[in-house]
Design a binder for this molecule. Structure first.
Ligand code: ZN
Length: 408
């Protein structure tokens, strides 16, 4: 439910946007100033990434040039990138939210924050840095790559907090184990962002690095990482409802799902100046977490990301999410967390091949049969299981692509 403060924020934004070119076109025929209830609000059309792309380069900018201090751009894997302009206040607000994330994870100004996400057009690195500086911690602005140097700096500077994507954290954890330098590493916490990851991978990273892990959420279109964060309780992520209004919708009908059920996260910014967004479809699947968190924070929670709406694959008429594959691999003894799915269409039939890594001592055939059995039982699909050794599947410093659909 939208609270009064949020609704007031939205109404104020509508007044500001009434002369804005992007929104005039977007909401043609709709009087934003006539929006008087949550119901009215929910009748507004969604904003999608394609709207933002169509506004390239600076069509989203809602304030004069003199008020813009920076831009960021989302990694356009396909087609035109999206450019998001920020005002000074936007940059300040983002750092405030990020500081709140660090505090939620128990960081203090005595921490040394080792930042491996990239810098540049991409929002990641600089967001991690600004929040840590505001907290008063020591920033070690590494950026990605160069594993030797990462480990050297981690040892010599006694980094206490690692910020990374899950796949890069796993790569570093594996290197630290391989080089037998774990006793020279002083990490106590890992802050893992930007992609959905399985429980098994979480345990491996946590165990090999000897840290407690926290999830951080965000997207360039809405500031960047730092808009939601898990706490010590590890039960979903708190989000900052004084800056953002979250909805969870049925991706097909566009209607709100019943409270607590899984759907697509839709975000409206309450304070953003440079590029405010109304009902922006994230394509991330999650749910509201009911009840109060045991940590005592008043901020509401969403669940750890379950997947992306566009990750959902339909095989033989069944919807499959990567999270289900994570879950299965977690349950099967001897299998590891890394996997790749290949889907082909041969002789009129969909064929799903699941490559996954197995532990050194595991028996290949037994684990393969187990995985096959679990897939049939849990998702109702017969897969071709292919076990490979640990380290054979690619690790990446960017978002991993684990599903290859060769049917189209
Ligand atoms: Zn909590």
């Amino acid at each position: 439910m939208m609270n009064q403060v949020q609704f007031d924020g939205i109404k104020k934004m509508f007044v500001k946007l009434s002369g804005d070119e992007f929104y005039k076109k977007k909401f043609e025929g709709i009087d934003l100033l006539a929006i008087q209830s949550q119901e009215d609000f929910e009748s507004l059309p969604f904003t999608d990434k394609s709207d933002l792309r169509a506004a390239y380069p600076l069509g989203l900018q809602a304030v004069p040039d003199s008020e813009i201090v920076r831009i960021h751009s989302s990694s356009g894997t396909t087609g035109t990138p999206v450019i998001i302009p920020y005002t000074r206040q936007d940059v300040t607000d983002w750092a405030e939210m990020f500081k709140r994330c660090y505090e939620t994870a128990g960081l203090t100004n005595s921490d040394r924050v080792h930042i491996t996400p990239g810098y540049g057009l991409w929002t990641a690195g600089i967001g991690f840095q600004a929040g840590a500086e505001l907290l008063g911690a020591m920033v070690i602005p590494m950026g990605p790559g160069n594993t030797d140097k990462q480990i050297k700096m981690m040892r010599d500077l006694r980094s206490t907090v690692l910020c990374a994507t899950s796949s890069y954290a796993l790569l570093l954890a594996e290197e630290i184990t391989k080089r037998k330098v774990k006793d020279k590493i002083h990490l106590t916490k890992g802050i893992i962002g930007s992609e959905r990851w399985g429980e098994k991978m979480r345990h491996r990273i946590a165990n090999e690095l000897g840290v407690q892990l926290y999830d951080i959420y965000g997207l360039t279109e809405i500031y960047g990482p730092g808009i939601a964060m898990s706490c010590d309780q590890e039960c979903g992520m708190h989000y900052w409802d004084d800056y953002l209004y979250f909805e969870i919708i049925d991706q097909k009908t566009g209607k709100q799902v019943p409270y607590g059920e899984i759907g697509e996260l839709v975000i409206t910014t309450l304070r953003k100046e440079g590029a405010p967004l109304i009902r922006y479809r994230t394509h991330d699947l999650t749910r509201f977490m009911p009840g109060k968190c045991a940590c005592g924070l008043k901020y509401p929670r969403i669940d750890t990301l379950i997947g992306r709406t566009d990750d959902m694959i339909k095989v033989k008429g069944t919807n499959i999410f990567p999270a289900q594959i994570d879950e299965i691999l977690r349950e099967v003894e001897g299998s590891s967390s890394e996997y790749q799915v290949i889907i082909d269409h041969l002789n009129g039939k969909d064929i799903m091949t699941l490559f996954f890594e197995i532990e050194l001592e595991a028996d290949k055939e037994t684990v393969e049969q187990d995985v096959k059995h679990h897939c049939k039982a849990k998702i109702g699909i017969t897969v071709i299981p292919k076990a490979v050794s640990i380290g054979e599947l690619p690790r990446s410093e960017k978002k991993s692509t684990r599903i290859f659909d060769n049917r189209y």
